[in-house]
Design a protein around this ligand. Structure first.
Ligand SMILES: N[C@@H](CCC(=O)N[C@@H](CS)C(=O)NCC(=O)O)C(=O)O
Length: 205
């Protein structure tokens, strides 16, 4: 499998998932100008130009983080990143993937990290963090992970919470989330994935 990524983007979650499951993958960094090392435009693989995207050895290409993560989870050894199909826990995990994608990634962080948004729009995005952060706090006060064990939903939420300081989203006001992020960062798969991308981040900056 090939994972197209940018350092510390949401694609970090897919790297964490691959690491956690011990699945082999080739990692292809997508340059800023979108021209891949083999000369192709990245939009041939990911029409929106977004990471993550994966290409399987069978030639199947998939984009959209929650779908990519669910695919990796289903390739992983039973129960490692996912929950039994058709169980309540499985659908709750899909719910958390969507929650992170829509209520945090796109509603809060995309306007701050993306281009073309005014200062006022960015401030409004920071304010929007309060409601999903309160929901997550209530949930994580009583739970170590989003589900009853680690899943790809945690990998995605961690990748997004990593952006708080850079985006000036005040995670320090949310100690339960801060503690959750620290717990996850101490997990070997997360620590290894972050260590692999950290040197690339300073180069890309
Ligand atoms: N809908 C996409 C969004 C992915 C996305 O926003 N990726 C960002 C990195 S976190 C990206 O590639 N941005 C590059 C750009 O905006 O050109 C998904 O869920 O995977």
């Amino acid at each position: 499998m090939k994972l197209y990524f940018r350092p510390f983007a949401c694609s970090l979650a897919a790297r964490i998932a691959l690491e956690e499951a011990g699945l082999d993958a080739e990692f292809v960094e997508v340059p800023r100008d979108g021209t891949l090392p083999d000369g192709r435009a990245f939009t041939e693989i990911s029409p929106m130009g977004y990471v993550p995207a994966i290409e399987t050895s069978g030639g199947f290409t998939l984009t959209e983080g929650p779908a990519v993560l669910t695919y990796i989870a289903e390739l992983a050894p039973e129960g490692m990143l996912n929950f039994t199909g058709f169980s309540d826990a499985h659908y709750r995990m899909l719910g958390w993937l969507n929650f992170t994608s829509t209520e945090l990634h796109k509603a809060v962080f995309a306007p701050i990290l993306g281009s073309g948004f005014s200062d006022g729009e960015q401030d409004a995005a920071r304010v929007r963090a309060a409601r999903p952060f309160a929901v997550l706090t209530r949930h994580l006060e009583a739970s170590e992970f989003l589900g009853d064990r680690f899943s790809v939903a945690d990998a995605y939420l961690l990748a997004v919470l990593n952006w708080c300081e850079f985006s000036k989203v005040p995670i320090a006001d949310w100690p339960v989330l801060l503690a959750y992020r620290e717990r996850l960062r101490a997990r070997p798969s997360v620590a290894q994935a972050m260590a692999a991308e950290l040197p690339l981040l300073s180069r890309a900056a």
